[in-house]
Design a protein around this ligand. Structure first.
Ligand SMILES: Cc1cc2nc3c(=O)[nH]c(=O)nc-3n(C[C@H](O)[C@H](O)[C@H](O)COP(=O)(O)O)c2cc1C
Length: 318
């Protein structure tokens, strides 16, 4: 069994050093619970629910289905002026004593103190060193380095560069994100100095994920050249599956492949369809060939992790 480096509570009971990342419209209670039962962190964005009351309902459902030995779960909170629910959602997370809160956009000391007050930890996602320093100053317990090739609002910096810049001065937990899809990738992230690997796209292609069959099939079919990085769908640059952009009416005739910041012609009503009909994925689609149940995927990730480790430590043949 793959032994993760000793991690602080509540991450000390993971089977593999893996967090299944929060994904808008994709993460649901079935996915979260399946991940936690398989021994990795399951998570979802609070904004997957329309109201704070609905968030309360999902948290109750998840807690009822989890047992004490299962891995902890996490909730993603967008801390930004555009999210009018932050305070109310945070209060509900406090009532449920959510063990891990993943903050995005704003790293705010008051939020960190609130989460610490109920014994939770805060992980904050960043795409560059400047934001990493701001988040560290706000007192977060861990930084999620979202590097080039990630699904969603991907970064543009190489994971090697970002790791080197942040690990140099940050003593807290580091999670690495961006196109990690296999157990060998998880080991590689650890070898680079990350404590945990943060996998999004790989978990969309699972039986439990709340994505349509068409979306899951497209992940299996796609290669890294089918991912287009563009600000044209959701204002902030994000990675999307080329075939889903085309199906939504975007003109990709001038976009040869997975180019940086493709500016696309906006078809009528395309904004209304972002994330729901225009599907996000990262370069990690390159390693996705099937849609297994989460339990089977985590078994496989562990086997791949162990095999990669064995290859590295095996005596060199004469
Ligand atoms: C469909 C999709 C939706 C996402 N939604 C969110 C979100 O709501 N909040 C967030 O913090 N990150 C979101 N992300 C980013 C992921 O949490 C994670 O950083 C990313 O998927 C990691 O890269 P990978 O997909 O290459 O593994 C999303 C990613 C995808 C693919």
């Amino acid at each position: 069994m793959a032994e993760p480096r000793t991690l602080p509570s509540p991450l000390d009971r993971l089977r593999l050093p893996v967090v299944a990342a929060p994904m808008f419209l994709v993460s649901n209670p079935d996915l979260v619970v399946a991940c936690c039962k398989a021994g990795v962190v399951g998570s979802f964005p609070a904004l997957n629910l329309r109201t704070t009351e609905d968030l309360d309902g999902w948290l109750s459902t998840i807690e009822e289905r989890l047992e004490p030995d299962d891995a902890p779960y996490a909730v993603n909170l967008i801390v930004h002026g555009s999210n009018a629910r932050v305070r109310d959602d945070l209060a509900i997370l406090g009532r449920h004593r959510v063990p891990i809160v993943i903050t995005s956009l704003g790293a705010v000391t008051e939020v960190v103190e609130a989460v610490h007050s109920w014994g939770g930890i805060v992980l904050h996602d960043v795409t560059n060193e400047r934001h990493a320093r701001k988040a560290a100053a706000a007192g977060v317990d861990g930084l999620i380095l979202v590097s080039a090739g990630a699904g969603g609002h991907a970064g543009t910096i190489s994971p090697f560069a970002l790791m080197a810049e942040v690990r140099d001065w940050f003593d807290g937990l580091i999670l690495l994100a961006g196109a990690l899809s296999t157990g060998a990738d998880v080991l590689a992230a650890r070898a680079m100095g990350a404590d945990l690997a943060y996998l999004g796209t790989r978990f969309i292609a699972t039986a439990e994920a709340g994505a349509s069959e068409g979306y899951k099939d497209m992940l299996v079919e796609a290669g890294s050249g089918d991912i287009v990085h563009t600000p044209s769908v959701s204002t902030i640059p994000a990675n999307f599956l080329r075939a889903s952009l085309e199906a939504a009416g975007y003109d990709l005739s001038a976009v040869p492949g997975s180019v940086d910041l493709a500016h696309l012609t906006d078809p009528t009503e395309a904004h209304a369809k972002a994330w729901r009909d225009v599907w996000s994925a990262g370069h990690g689609v390159a390693a996705i060939t099937d849609v297994p149940p989460v339990a089977d995927l985590v078994d496989r990730l562990e086997a791949e992790y162990d095999a990669a480790l064995a290859r590295l430590v095996a005596p060199v043949a004469e």
